[in-house]
Write a protein that binds this ligand. Structure first.
Ligand SMILES: NC(=O)c1ccc[n+]([C@@H]2O[C@H](COP(=O)([O-])OP(=O)(O)OC[C@H]3O[C@@H](n4cnc5c(N)ncnc54)[C@H](O)[C@@H]3O)[C@@H](O)[C@H]2O)c1
Length: 304
């Protein structure tokens, strides 16, 4: 029987866990890794269609299994890692993707339950599954790819708690990358911008048609990303092609993170610039650089 040629990705036979694999980005990542030859454990909450995703991978001649459990619970996270190792014999790749995307409100209006739900879904799931995966990843010199968010790069009004939890993911990934480099483990994150999932569709979530439209206005590429585009970046960072990349936060966002900075509805009085304050102090010389224009004579005297 002819053996399949090893691809540049080097994922053939590797064992990957994808958390939040029942839907959206995680589902796409599970399919992508399996299509590149990885054996995939699809993990998700009880009731998530992780079994269906695993079945779909197997129908395409891939290798997959599934695990159901709340991964914000340390015991379930440990059980998930054990399930992968017991089923496939090793662990090479952890895609820590489970989480929630909330179109949240201002801090004052966020209730205790919503805050705790977001912390559990985005922070607890990240920490517990990564901590529990490390002993197995040390044996294979494996890697971790987390799904952060561009919302975690910079605080934004109306997105404070979600952005805060993703800020944790981004910083944790960078710190862990430095800690684990000595063990040959790479740790990176993909930071999706607005991505084409149920949550960003009017009719399939709480957002209105108008919100759906304005969502893309600030994106240089003027559209949402697809789950496959995010999965491609995840697969790249998990692959041998990224062998010298660790601690990276790779924004996959149509240019959003490098272009933002606009503010809505600012009162005119706040827009006044400190006009003239610098006059008489510094000016550009024709040859470049700065030159004192009208120096304070007392300051000048003090220099001599
Ligand atoms: N969709 C976007 O626009 C967007 C943007 C930036 C970041 N993200 C991030 O991408 C990741 C995937 O989100 P998505 O858009 O595919 O949404 P999604 O809701 O389709 O997928 C998230 C999955 O995680 C699972 N999950 C949540 N809590 C869990 C837990 N405690 N244990 C196990 N599984 C759990 C959910 O059941 C769900 O299947 C999330 O971390 C999200 O914050 C999404």
């Amino acid at each position: 029987m002819a053996t399949r040629k090893k691809s540049e990705f080097g994922l053939e036979g590797k064992v990957a866990i994808v958390t939040g694999a029942g839907t959206g980005i995680g589902e796409a990542a599970a399919h992508k890794l399996a299509s590149l030859g990885a054996r995939v454990l699809c993990a998700g909450l009880p009731g998530d269609p992780v079994d269906e995703v695993a079945q779909a991978i197997k129908r395409r001649r891939g290798k997959a299994d599934f695990f159901e459990g709340d991964l914000s619970d340390p015991f379930q996270a440990k059980a998930c890692i054990a399930h992968a190792v017991n089923t496939f014999g090793r662990l090479d790749i952890l895609v820590s993707n489970a989480g929630v995307t909330l179109c949240a409100d201002a801090a004052e209006t966020i209730g205790d339950d919503e805050f705790l739900r977001t912390m559990h879904a985005n922070v607890f799931t990240t920490f517990f599954i990564m901590r529990e995966a490390l002993p197995a990843l040390k044996k294979t010199h494996g890697c971790i790819v987390a799904t952060g968010s561009v919302a975690g790069l910079k605080g934004q009004p109306g997105d404070v708690v979600y952005g805060g939890t993703k800020g944790f993911v981004n910083a944790f990934v960078q710190g862990l990358a430095v800690e684990q480099a000595v063990h040959g483990i790479r740790v990176n994150a993909v930071l999706p911008g607005v991505t084409d999932t149920a949550l960003t569709h009017a009719g399939r979530s709480a957002i209105t048609k108008n919100e759906e439209k304005t969502m893309t206005e600030d994106i240089p590429m003027q559209r949402r990303g697809t789950v496959e585009e995010i999965a491609n970046a995840i697969a790249f960072l998990a692959s041998d092609l990224a062998s010298y990349i660790t601690g990276a936060l790779l924004a996959v966002d149509g240019g959003y993170a490098v272009s933002w900075g606009g503010v809505d509805e600012v009162p005119a009085r706040l827009k006044r610039q400190p006009k003239g304050e610098l006059e008489g102090v510094l000016k550009f010389t024709r040859h470049g650089g700065f030159k004192k224009n009208n120096p304070d004579p007392r300051a000048e005297r003090g220099r001599h």
